[in-house]
Write a new protein. Structure first.
Length: 269
């Protein structure tokens, strides 16, 4: 998986040498959710390479059929792929995008690889080997900080600009700011935002709206680094529905997860 992620990342990096054309996805809410031909080619390459060795199911962003929903098997392993997480950054040559390859078994994320080709950072995590690394060096999300005034939170507003989702985002931002953190950041890539928690450079990432391919690869990297992942909605079963719940709190400590879960307004997809 690491080799495939690196090679896919280099395909994306090479594609930036020429002008990049993006189009709105046909199912996008308004026209802010974009896709490029590179997204599609990278996903095709990843799938082809994975299936050479592993006859598993595939859930990929670009091949996703919304009418069928998220088809995550309770019995068969599923590769969950985002060929370019942070496509808007990719199109605008902002060096904050990545290739994500995750593996879900019994609907739970167990293995993840994330590669940022612009920084050559390769994140890997496995619940089987109990490891989480950045370029081969162990990651640690452990944090003793308890004062919100010293914390950095990360969030995203996604691509949905409908009035209802806009209000959800505004309510969430207000709740985060009312905890009086030192800063609230937005990077433009859910997976790389998660990595700021895994590496201990930020204290929490909160977002409503990510799809399974945005977080599947990230979850084992974060948890095996000592971080914690819970649904934003306390009624969601984290054992079976975490990947499909569309709302996430990813933080350095379980106490901070609980604080955020009780502070932000609840929103159900």
């Amino acid at each position: 998986m690491e080799r495939i992620a690196k090679e896919a990342g280099m395909m994306a990096l090479e594609a930036q040498k020429v002008p990049i054309e993006s189009i709105a996805k046909p199912t996008a809410a308004l026209s802010t959710d974009v896709v490029t031909e590179t997204d599609r080619k990278v996903e095709e390459y990843i799938i082809k390479e994975l299936l050479r060795k592993y006859p598993f199911d595939i859930l990929g962003e670009e091949g996703f059929d919304e009418s069928k929903g998220y088809q995550l098997s309770a019995t068969k392993p599923t590769f969950v792929i985002d060929p370019i997480d942070g496509t808007v950054n990719f199109v605008n040559r902002t060096p904050y995008y990545c290739v994500c390859i995750g593996l879900a078994v019994k609907r739970q994320a167990v293995l993840g690889v994330i590669y940022n080709p612009t920084t050559q950072e390769l994140f890997s995590g496995s619940t089987v080997t109990k490891t989480s690394t950045l370029n081969g060096v162990a990651l640690s999300a452990d944090c003793d900080e308890t004062d919100h005034n010293n914390m950095i939170f990360v969030t995203e507003f996604g691509s949905d600009r409908t009035p209802a989702k806009t209000q959800v985002n505004l309510d969430m931002a207000k709740a985060l700011l009312e905890l009086h953190p030192r800063a609230v950041r937005m990077g433009g890539s859910a997976a790389l935002n998660c990595m700021t928690v895994a590496r201990g450079s930020c204290h929490a990432y909160v977002e409503y709206g990510p799809h399974p391919w945005d977080v599947c690869a990230a979850i084992p990297i974060v948890t095996q680094a000592g971080g914690h992942v819970i649904p934003a909605d306390p009624d969601v079963d984290a054992q079976t529905d975490l990947l499909t719940c569309r709302g996430y709190i990813i933080a350095t400590t379980p106490t901070l997860c609980e604080t955020l879960q009780s502070s932000i307004p609840q929103h159900k997809y």
